[in-house]
Write a protein that binds this ligand. Structure first.
Ligand code: ZN
Length: 390
């Protein structure tokens, strides 16, 4: 390959150009920084060292020296918000909006900041009003997210659905789990009002948004069962197995109740037995055991518990074994052991949010801590600590 040596002659020229460019940048930077008060840099230092209160002090001082610096206003405003000084944040951003010399981009920015202040202060009506205006601007993404948060908090599910759909279109990120959950919440509201056909419609829309929406099938089953249509209820609940079998944990008891009403207890016992065998479901095994004890007597229940304890020994299996053993017996030591085990099992069982780790004995579709949807696994987790180990 031939190398064109004349290119080498251009090298000094490139160096020269680079030097000139650097000089221009540096001198420009010096001019800019010399106009900023020293307290501005002190504020920055405090910010970097995570001391927001001192940063606020320094920025306020810098603003006194030069009240025209917009960036300082915005920095101070967001610091006020971060430290929970909502009145000051709101006043500062309102003050900015009253200024007549503000260009449009800065006006929008001040408006977006003010809306965030209102949101954090819990003034949802005012926040909503501004965010709605911002959905047509370059702040559309954050405005829609904030609106979604507001509508979920306020349980305005129809609006939450519409905003989530707009957000999906804007970002391309699917929100089908959330949209389906919003339809379920809407169905819940309608069920409480006795509007069952609307509730059914909402649940079908939930399944259309997310065909894996387990909650929709669970609720459809509940509606059918309440209306006395036990076979339809069982069909809806059976569909849970085809979606996510773990959620059978939540419906096993309701299913057995429907089989009892129908008088098909044998079919119920068989179905639950098969589900427990396939998916190793703890709660479902408990429902199956209780039903067997009740319908077939202690001996059949004991055989089942014994088989379970042999196959997969656990405290829950031992608990059932003891329960079958003590059934019909007078109070005695065995019963004391059983109640100690049961108390321990109840104390140590919880659901844990997959996103934030929040734990609760009760199952939630909507995490009370991080507000994510469907992050609670339906199976119980068991605490293993020094105090809880037997
Ligand atoms: Zn969570």
């Amino acid at each position: 390959m031939d190398f064109e040596y004349w290119w080498l002659l251009l090298l000094p020229l490139f160096f020269g150009l680079g030097w000139v460019a650097a000089r221009i940048d540096i001198s420009q930077l010096l001019t800019e920084t010399s106009t900023l008060p020293a307290s501005y840099f002190r504020g920055l230092n405090f910010l970097i060292s995570e001391q927001p209160d001192k940063a606020i002090e320094a920025f306020t001082e810098a603003l006194r020296a030069d009240s025209n610096t917009l960036e300082l206003h915005f920095a101070l405003g967001s610091l006020f918000r971060r430290t929970g000084e909502m009145d000051r944040a709101i006043r500062l951003h309102q003050g900015l909006l009253e200024r007549e010399d503000l260009a449009e981009p800065q006006q929008l920015m001040a408006l977006a900041e003010l809306a965030q202040d209102y949101l954090k202060a819990g003034l949802f009506d005012r926040a909503e009003e501004i965010f709605l205006k911002l959905t047509e601007t370059r702040y559309a993404n954050s405005a829609l997210r904030a609106l979604l948060e507001i509508y979920v908090r306020e349980k305005e599910w129809l609006q939450a659905i519409s905003v989530a759909q707009r957000l999906e279109t804007l970002t391309g990120r699917p929100l089908r789990i959330e949209v389906a959950e919003f339809y379920c919440e809407l169905a819940q509201q309608n069920m409480l009002l006795g509007q069952l056909s609307q509730a059914r419609g909402n649940l079908n829309e939930a399944l259309e948004a997310n065909r894996n929406c387990v909650r929709a099938n669970i609720m459809l089953g509940d509606i059918e069962a309440a209306a006395g249509a036990q076979s339809n209820a069982l069909n809806a609940w059976r569909a849970v197995e085809l979606q996510v079998p773990d959620y059978l944990e939540l419906v096993a008891e309701r299913m057995m109740a429907s089989w009892r009403i129908l008088g098909n207890t044998e079919e119920g016992l068989q179905w639950l037995h098969e589900a427990v065998r396939k998916y190793r479901l703890e709660e479902t095994a408990h429902v199956l055991f209780e039903a067997t004890l009740d319908l077939k007597g202690p001996e059949a229940a004991y055989r089942m518990a014994h088989e379970e304890a042999e196959q997969s020994p656990s405290l829950t299996a031992l608990d059932r074994l003891l329960q079958a053993k003590v059934s019909g017996m007078p109070d005695g030591d065995l019963r004391l052991v059983m109640s100690a085990i049961r108390e321990h099992l109840e104390k140590t069982a919880y659901h844990r949010c997959r996103t934030c780790g929040y734990t609760a004995r009760q199952f939630h579709w909507h995490c009370p801590s991080c507000s994510e949807w469907e992050t609670f696994p339906p199976r119980f987790e068991r605490a293993i600590s020094k105090t809880s180990l037997i």
